[in-house]
Design a protein around this ligand. Structure first.
Ligand SMILES: Nc1ncnc2c1ncn2[C@@H]1O[C@H](COP(=O)(O)OP(=O)(O)OP(=O)(O)O)[C@@H](O)[C@H]1O
Length: 374
């Protein structure tokens, strides 16, 4: 059984519609119910700020700072973590001319947000993730990158360094400065970072696909088949150095084409993910809304299981408005699977009855107008 990591306290100040709120949690799952606009997703979003990045809505710091608050927001969490009790304090300080993120772990300033992953892993499923099937490829790349990041925190640095090198190359091409030494330096950087990104995606996707293969027959949720597409697909059995050489040669050859297009047309930033409903042998984009929801739940549970298997620690799950989209049988199955994972899950909904099958396994909170009552 993986080790449990759970939040035992959460305090928010000036975050979204919360002026000040403090929750004491006892390690069970957490159910947040309340009317539309009450602040349920906001609470989950605050929890999601305990992982690197800008949370489950990818919001700006200005957006999440409570309207009327002038100095920024803060989030304080205590958790029974991978290595005992941990205190995490984060937030932003806003002054007239700067916005800066704060992050302290056990009272000591963290060097980078990646340090958070040493203490807890968070996975979320939100209604906007329906775009994984119906939206453009960027949503699928985000899914892919979150998958890699949850297991290999260095992926974030690789992706941002790749972006930086690509932006420099695009700028040179845009200014028609075809300086071969300068361009090939940037292209080699892009090649080594880009191939490392693509190989990490391929590896983690392979692990997820294998886990789905092993578990789909007993899962109440439909299984997805997942396949990388678009960038170096089908070539990953070749050595990384060969792929890097190919990619940097491809970039060198396409300088004039990319200059005309105004961007780099080949690379891991253009990769896509093909998702199919395994049992129906159908592209996920053509499945019904209910089938897509069930596929997504199956995917996130498989992802959570993979994280638990590989790290030995069950991730904390944030499931926003998921229960409402499932029939009673699947809802009960979801609760059982979450339990079997051995971690803590946060769930939201407008109707408390929807979660009755959880019984004593969860702590129930009502959210109303930026206030929370147990
Ligand atoms: N920066 C902010 N300052 C103050 N209030 C905010 C801020 N950002 C969002 N809100 C308010 O938070 C509320 C939305 O909260 P949230 O998204 O958590 O709702 P919810 O309970 O999940 O509702 P639903 O069931 O409709 O999804 C809205 O009333 C919105 O106006």
């Amino acid at each position: 059984m993986p080790h449990k990591v759970s939040l035992s306290r959460l305090k928010l100040t000036d975050f979204r519609n919360y002026a000040s709120v403090s929750l004491s949690l006892d390690g069970r799952h957490v159910v947040l119910t309340g009317d539309n606009g009450a602040g349920k997703t906001n609470l989950m979003e605050a929890v999601s700020f305990l992982s690197p990045g800008r949370g489950l809505r990818r919001a700006t710091y200005g957006d999440v700072t409570r309207v009327g608050a002038t100095a920024g927001f803060s989030i304080f969490a205590e958790l029974d973590g991978m290595d005992g009790e941990v205190e995490i304090g984060t937030g932003v300080d806003i002054t007239d001319d700067s916005i800066s993120r704060r992050l302290r772990i056990n009272g000591t300033p963290a060097k980078s947000a990646d340090e958070l992953t040493d203490h807890l892993r968070l996975l979320w499923l939100t209604p906007s993730m329906d775009g994984l099937f119906t939206g453009g490829s960027s949503e699928r790349r985000r899914f892919l990158d979150r998958l890699v990041l949850s297991l290999d925190p260095a992926h974030g640095r690789r992706a941002s360094d790749f972006e930086r090198a690509m932006r420099s190359r695009n700028k040179l091409l845009d200014e028609r400065r075809f300086d071969p030494a300068w361009l090939s330096g940037l292209e080699q950087q892009m090649a080594s970072l880009g191939i490392a990104m693509a190989m990490a995606r391929e590896e983690m996707l392979g692990l997820l696909a294998r886990l789905i293969d092993e578990t789909h027959e007993t899962s109440p949720f439909p299984a997805a088949t997942l396949e990388l597409a678009g960038f170096m697909d089908g070539q990953f059995s070749r050595p990384a150095v060969d792929l890097e050489d190919d990619y940097s040669a491809m970039l060198a050859e396409s300088r004039y084409r990319d200059a005309a297009a105004g961007r780099t047309l080949d690379g891991p930033h253009r990769a896509d993910l093909l998702v199919r409903h395994r049992q129906k042998q159908m592209e996920a984009s053509r499945c019904s809304t209910g089938e897509q929801k069930a596929l997504l739940v199956g995917l996130i549970l498989a992802h959570a299981r993979l994280v638990a298997n590989l790290t030995g620690h069950a991730p904390i799950l944030l499931l926003d408005e998921i229960a409402a989209h499932l029939d009673e049988g699947r809802r009960a199955a979801l609760f059982d699977l979450i339990d079997a994972l051995g971690g803590q899950a946060f769930m939201t909904g407008t109707d408390c009855a929807m979660f009755s099958a959880l019984g004593e396994r969860a702590q129930f909170f009502t959210v109303a107008d930026g206030k929370v009552f147990e």
